[in-house]
Design a protein around this ligand. Sequence first.
Ligand code: ADP
Ligand code: MG
Length: 534
Amino acid sequence: MEKNEPPRPRNGLVGMLYGEFTDTLDDKVRYSVSLTEDALTVQKISSSPGRAKVVFNLADCVGCRAQRAPDSADAGAYFRAYFYPFKRRWMSAGVARQRVEQCFRVALVQDAAANLREAERWARAIRDAAGLQAPRRDGVTLWEVRRPCRVMILVNPHSGRGQALQLFTGHVQGMLNEANVPYSLVITEHQNHARELVKKADLSQWDALVIMSGDGLLFEVVNGLMERDDWQEAIQTPLGILPGGSGNALAASVHHYSQSPPAWNEELLLSCGFLLCKGQVGSLDLVSVQLASKQRLFSFLSLAWGFVADVDIESEKYRHVGAVRFLMGTLVRLATLRVYRGRLAYLPVAEKPDLPSRPKPFLPCSSISCRPDPDYSPNRANQNCVSKSSAKRPESDGKSRAPADSLLPGLDQPLPDSWTVVEEEDFVLVLAIYQSHLAEDLWAVPDALADDGVIHLFYVTAGISRPALLRLFLAMEKGAHLACGCPHLVYQKVRALRLEPVSREGVIAVDGETVQYGPVQAQIHPGLARLISG
Ligand code: ADP
Ligand code: MG
């Protein structure tokens, strides 16, 4: 029988609900169940001493639902809660998120409707306490995806080992159903399909755009959004990433930002799926990249030249082995180590940031299509609040094509005195990165955040030996490369950079995608986009 006890302090918290329910398989096994703000505590009621108590942390809960008993003659009802706590791995050391389902049978009275109501009351209370219905009480620095939210999930069926779709159905689909997240799956048919699709999409229909692929597909989505006339609102659509490619740097970074212990492959996927279900949204820096052709791209991960770019692009042919392709590519490239001649300059991060810090308004996604627009003019008042696909602004409106790069002179113009020009001209690699991870197992920037407003610039000068370079990459697995004391490795926090290759041949990669080879410059745009993260 259920006892509704008055709220009472428990570990400094107020007890929310208490009840006694039976096991779903055996009516004789009974549990006492209590819900507090932080935990669901389950204790078997039996006459034997040492009754085991199991405590489920509600931070690990993605959903809870109630249902009637399948047999119509049965007056009982059920509620099921889905948790993904960190548990010890079976085969190897350490912990990873693993699924645990808890189901209870409610059979207080002979009235099926009353039992279902009680099960629903519990399911609602658990979802509430797990932060799955309303914004979290402590969510001052994070936005929440409004629930229920509609998510577009773009899958690149050819990414990684060509198994993104199977990985999605095997590891994520069930979790999204448990969390009651409505989504539509879009399978890309060709390169730039996702880019064209989000460029034209009616974004008022979507609360989040999620990709299940490697970093390349998100690069398409980010640039598709930034190519829109309403880029300023469009780029506020929360973005999510589910690792399904061979290069899953952002997924590894997002997992790392959530302060979870390292995870790879399916465990990383489960972790990112979990974060998607929890639906917390933070800011994401973007970097504007200007090429000699005057083309401008937006990047969320990296700009690479030399060794790293070569490995990234050349290892494409080992895509079938998955993330190990980078290690294979690294070993092959080491054997034919090259030196690249060029000029590098950067604008260092000032000791005290000279940029005004941006206020972070709380705006649920539902209001994205009505977001105040700094370009707002009364004549466009109507256009400001309609669905984005129809919110085309006339060319004569003076609209700006994406944000101005205030730190960058023209690519053919001299740099201001505030810039530092690197004296070396022979490099093994130049890597500008703005996330913590360069690949699943390459922790490039130990203290990077998705929205730290910083481009982390690394370069390795010529003269480094092959073993020393290999040591750097091996140390990077643990984020220890800066502690190697390698005199050829330089690290600088910058806001902008310019690179002018002199070597006639080479590869420049932006977010792992090859771009035009030649002079290139870039600057950070702090917090321009939004990212589903922990
Ligand atoms: P991976 O990490 O395995 O490289 P990516 O997400 O980076 O996976 O995708 C690799 C490339 O495939 C990117 O250039 C992306 O633009 C492109 N792409 C996306 N969808 C498709 C598709 N349906 N067919 C072929 N290429 C695609
Ligand atoms: Mg890729």
